[in-house]
Design a protein around this ligand. Structure first.
Ligand code: SIN
Length: 275
C-alpha cells in the first residue's frame, strides 16, 4: 500500500490495493489513514455493487440514506446523480453529511459510475487544519460552545432542494431532524481537535439566536475554507473516494451542465461526538 498526499493538509491517494479484497490489518491501515487525512482516493478499482456493500460492512455499520433515491436492487446504495437535463446537483455546496443527526455518520464510500467528459470534481476541506489555523482568541471563544444542526430547511416540502429540479427525486420530506454538537469536537479515533460547524446544516449556537450566531459562524466558515486546508478529488472511471465526515467538509462541483454524472454512495455509521 503506497500513500501520496493530495495536498499538504488534506487528502491522500492510496495505491497498491483493491478495496474488494481489503480486510484485516490492511483495512485498519486504510481506516487510520482516512481518520488522519480526511479523504482517500483509490484508482482503478474493480468494485461491483455487491463488493461495495461487502466492503462497507467490513468497515462497520451502514446508514441507509433517508433522502436520496436508492438503488432498486441494493437499497444500501444511495444514488448521487444528475442527468444531462438537470441544473442542480446533490451536495453542490460546502457541507458535512449528517451533522443534523445526533449520532452523525462516520463517512461515505463514493464510487464513480458515470462521469461527465470533464468537471464534476469534489472539493474537500480538512477541519483539523481549519481548527489549528484559528487565532487563539477565536479558539477561546468557541471553547465549550455547542451548536444546533438540522436538515429540515434543505429537504422538507418547500425546502431548498424542493425548489430545484432534483426536488422531485428526493424522499423523506416529512422527516424532522435536529442535533446539538460541540463546535470543536475531538476526533473519536485520533483525538485531534476539529471544527464541527458547517454552512449547510448548522443553524445557531445553543443559547443564541441565528442572528446573534451568524457573525461568529461566518468567521469560522471563512477560516475553514482557507485554500491551505483544501484538496480536490478528480474522478476517473474506477475511482473510489472514502471520506471522514468529522474530519472534512466536501463540495461536489456543478460545472458539467449538459452531461450526466452518477455516483454510488454508501454512508458508514458513526458515533456520538464529544468536545
Ligand atoms: C455528496 O455526497 O455530497 C456528493 C459528493 C459528490 O457527488 O462528489
Amino acid at each position: 500500500m503506497r500513500i501520496t498526499p493530495l495536498a499538504p493538509a488534506c487528502g491522500i491517494e492510496i495505491a497498491g490495493i483493491q478495496l474488494a479484497d481489503t480486510d484485516g490489518d490492511e483495512l485498519e491501515a486504510v481506516r487510520q489513514a482516512i481518520y488522519r487525512h480526511g479523504v482517500a482516493v483509490f484508482r482503478s478499482q474493480d468494485l461491483t455493487p455487491e463488493d461495495h456493500i461487502a466492503f462497507a460492512r467490513r468497515w462497520g455499520g451502514i446508514d441507509i440514506n433517508n433522502y436520496f433515491p436508492l438503488n432498486d436492487a441494493w437499497p444500501e446504495i444511495a444514488l448521487v446523480r444528475k442527468s444531462a437535463g438537470q441544473q442542480t446537483n446533490i451536495g453542490g455546496a460546502w457541507h458535512t453529511d449528517h451533522s443534523y443527526d445526533q449520532v452523525p455518520a462516520m463517512g461515505s464510500i463514493l464510487v464513480a459510475r458515470m462521469l461527465p467528459p470533464r468537471g464534476g470534481d469534489t472539493l474537500f476541506a480538512h477541519m483539523g487544519a481549519a481548527y489549528d489555523s484559528l487565532p487563539d482568541d477565536l479558539k477561546d471563544e468557541i471553547e465549550g460552545l455547542e451548536a444546533f444542526h438540522t436538515a429540515d430547511h434543505v429537504y422538507r416540502e418547500g425546502g431548498l432542494y424542493a425548489q430545484t429540479d432534483i426536488g422531485g427525486e428526493l424522499r423523506g420530506q416529512d422527516l424532522k431532524t435536529g442535533a446539538v454538537h460541540p463546535v470543536a469536537i475531538r476526533h473519536p479515533q485520533t483525538g485531534r481537535k476539529l471544527l464541527y460547524v458547517n454552512r449547510a446544516f448548522t443553524i445557531h449556537f445553543v443559547g443564541r439566536t441565528r442572528e446573534e450566531s451568524l457573525p461568529l459562524l461566518n468567521r469560522l466558515y471563512d477560516a475553514a475554507l482557507s485554500a491551505d486546508n483544501q484538496c480536490r478529488v478528480q474522478w476517473e472511471p474506477g475511482t473510489v473516494a472514502i471520506w471522514d465526515n468529522r474530519t472534512t467538509w466536501h463540495n461536489a462541483l456543478n460545472d458539467y451542465h449538459g452531461h450526466a454524472r452518477e455516483m454510488h454512495r454508501i454512508t458508514l455509521s458513526g458515533e456520538a461526538l464529544a468536545a
